[in-house]
Design a binder for this molecule. Structure first.
Ligand code: SF4
Length: 270
């Protein structure tokens, strides 16, 4: 029976990726153990997120920095946990492999804002303007399409941040990218060559669930603080963040979201 998985667009779907054997899980109930791990990670991430943004001794002095640090910490936890896994068969994924980057990625509000801050810190004003145009063109192309339609078109739509044969935001890539995995590069290549979005790709569920658990924690932590929590399409989020003056756009969107306003509050429809 096929397992369920989450696509990079973040929508649950019938899994196209068969689970591979994983020796660190109990042979009796691996699904239950993974679920418990994901739930524990969600709880811990949510608690850590809230502790940074709303410390017990009063409001955070620097909420924007707090948001940045909380997401950085969540990503570091994810990296450390994935690095500790001893997977059999090993992952085929390695830095520089880009088959799964022919995709549109979903991310949470805290991740989108972290990405915006990362872009401000790593790109010149000119490169930000170029990126803003590229993001807007992609957002226009996706206009009116459902998550499912976008998923089915994935081979035609490389990620906005796939540049010069690699991920140009690697340290800030979303959790969806961190959890997406494969044990056979040939399957990923075939999927792209055939253009069939339903191509089965064997993978390790534990990797996805660690990333999913941490992502759920960011959503839970946001929601429990009364902040909007959901999935955003990275192309739309980037286009909005960089509209007009990119620095102002990122800082304003971050401040507004931290103030309880919707992420796309300044742009009602896509
Ligand atoms: S953010 Fe980076 S890793 Fe994720 S799909 Fe885009 S290029 Fe690939």
């Amino acid at each position: 029976m096929a397992a369920r998985s989450r696509s990079k667009t973040g929508k649950a779907k019938r899994s196209l990726r068969r689970p591979a054997r994983n020796p660190i899980l109990s042979p009796t109930s691996p699904e239950a153990q993974r679920e418990a791990l994901a739930d524990r990670l969600a709880q811990e991430t949510a608690a850590a997120f809230q502790a940074v943004l709303h410390p017990q001794d009063g409001p955070a002095d620097h909420p924007v920095k707090g948001l940045h640090d909380a997401v950085r910490e969540a990503y570091d936890v994810c990296t450390a946990m994935l690095d500790e896994l001893q997977l059999d068969p090993p992952l085929a994924c390695k830095r520089g492999c880009i088959h799964c980057c022919y995709n549109q990625v979903a991310l949470t509000e805290p991740e989108a804002l972290f990405l915006g801050l990362h872009l401000l810190g790593t790109r010149s004003p000119e490169r930000l303007r170029e990126l803003a145009d590229k993001a807007q063109a992609l957002a226009d192309r996706l206009k009116g399409k459902s998550w499912q339609e976008i998923g089915m078109l994935r081979h035609e739509l490389p990620c906005l941040f796939l540049e010069d044969g690699g991920c140009s935001i690697y340290p800030a890539r979303p959790l969806a990218c961190r959890g997406w995995n494969s044990v056979d590069e040939k399957m990923c290549l075939l999927s792209n060559l055939s253009g069939d979005a339903l191509t089965p790709i064997e993978n390790h569920p534990i990797v996805r669930e660690i990333a999913d658990g941490i992502q759920s924690g960011l959503l839970r932590g946001s929601s429990e603080l009364g902040l909007e929590a959901g999935y955003l399409l990275m192309a739309r989020a980037t286009a909005l963040l960089l509209t007009g003056d990119p620095e102002q756009g990122v800082m304003d969107t971050t401040a507004e979201w931290l103030d309880g306003k919707p992420f796309f509050g300044r742009k009602a429809r896509w």
